[in-house]
Design a protein around this ligand. Structure first.
Ligand code: BJW
Length: 262
């Protein structure tokens, strides 16, 4: 884990923030057992992104794409929020100026927030820039507005068993932002507004190579917010960071947030 001096510096930076932006990627969920995308053991090591995470891939072979997502749903459903998700959720509940923006589709921030809300003062909303693993939308969306948690169990054994839109009969697809697709403008606005207004930014577990999401944390730094980066490795954001903490999210994040307020 990072040295005590850097942890103390990070704590001091985050302690006084009135409008903290927490920006996360797959690394925050690594210790929950959710594979990251890049790096050793990452999801893209076994599957090519362009074969699975693009609209063209779904048009070409919807069964294969659904099989991958059904596998990931099963995997993530068996995972639980880790100490980093919990520390972030507690902090956000106790400090309403906090905004949590995630690239993750695993729902673990939202589950941690719901757990905290059940025991404390309420849950802060989470801006999920890349959608959700546990939702679907009509492949014709937005022309067909069907969207929601419509097909909790997907049988991907053949094209004929794939879930279909209850309104128009077209295929349902995972409600995830694939390569080449625009992010939801409302989510992007919420993320960049929080970045431009932040007086500190905590970035956890992202390689910061996927745009436009990676620009959210950069925008906070460019607007003058001190940036604390928690990551196992260096990233393009490291050069913008006031403090870089090399280590595991589930160890480092509670150290800089939970004890930072007492
Ligand atoms: C730990 C840790 C521990 C590990 N503790 N840390 C050139 C070609 C093609 C496209 C582009 C291009 N240049 C730009 C683009 C655009 C493209 C893009 O950015 N591509 C780059 C890869 C080059 N972006 C898009 O296409 C986006 N849309 C877009 O631009 O639309 C424009 C448009 C406008 C108007 C009309 C039409 C279009 C959409 C991007 C969507 C990304 N979606 C994905 C996959 C979704 C599929 C799915 O989940 O099923 O989202 S990509 C994938 O990467 C996923 C993630 O959210 C995202 C970010 O990854 P993340 O979270 O950073 O994870 P990793 O694995 O990369 O990093 C993990 C980190 O954790 C590492 O740093 C580790 O060190 C660390 N770590 N263990 C702490 N225990």
């Amino acid at each position: 884990m990072s040295d005590a001096h850097d942890v103390a510096r990070a704590r001091a930076l985050l302690r006084d923030a009135r409008r903290l932006l927490v920006f996360t990627g797959a690394g925050v969920s690594a210790e929950s057992g959710v594979p990251t995308f890049r790096g050793a053991g990452g999801l893209w090591k076994s599957f090519r992104a362009e074969e699975l995470a693009t609209p063209a891939a779904f048009a070409r072979d919807p069964r294969l794409v659904w099989e991958w997502y059904a596998w990931r749903r099963t995997l993530v459903a068996a995972c639980a929020p880790n100490a980093a998700h919990v520390a972030i959720a507690r902090h956000a509940a106790a400090h309403p100026g906090t905004t949590v923006v995630t690239q993750n589709v695993d729902g673990l921030h939202q589950r941690a927030a719901a757990d905290v809300a059940a025991h404390a003062r309420g849950a802060a909303p989470v801006v999920a820039l890349h959608g959700t693993l546990f939702g679907e939308r009509c492949v014709r969306w937005p022309a067909c507005p069907t969207r929601g948690a419509l097909a909790p169990a997907v049988d991907a054994s053949s094209v004929d068993t794939l879930p279909r839109c209850p309104a128009c009969g077209a295929l349902l697809r995972p409600d995830i932002v694939w390569f080449g697709e625009p992010l939801d403008p409302a989510d992007l606005d919420a993320a960049f507004d929080a970045a431009r207004g932040a007086d500190a930014c905590l970035v956890v577990g992202t390689s910061a190579v996927v745009q436009p999401a990676a620009s959210v944390a950069a925008a906070a730094a460019h607007a003058g917010a001190p940036l604390v980066e928690v990551n196992a490795e260096a990233t393009p954001l490291s050069a913008l960071a006031t403090v870089t903490l090399r280590g595991r999210a589930a160890e480092v994040v509670p150290a800089v947030l939970d004890r930072g307020r007492t």
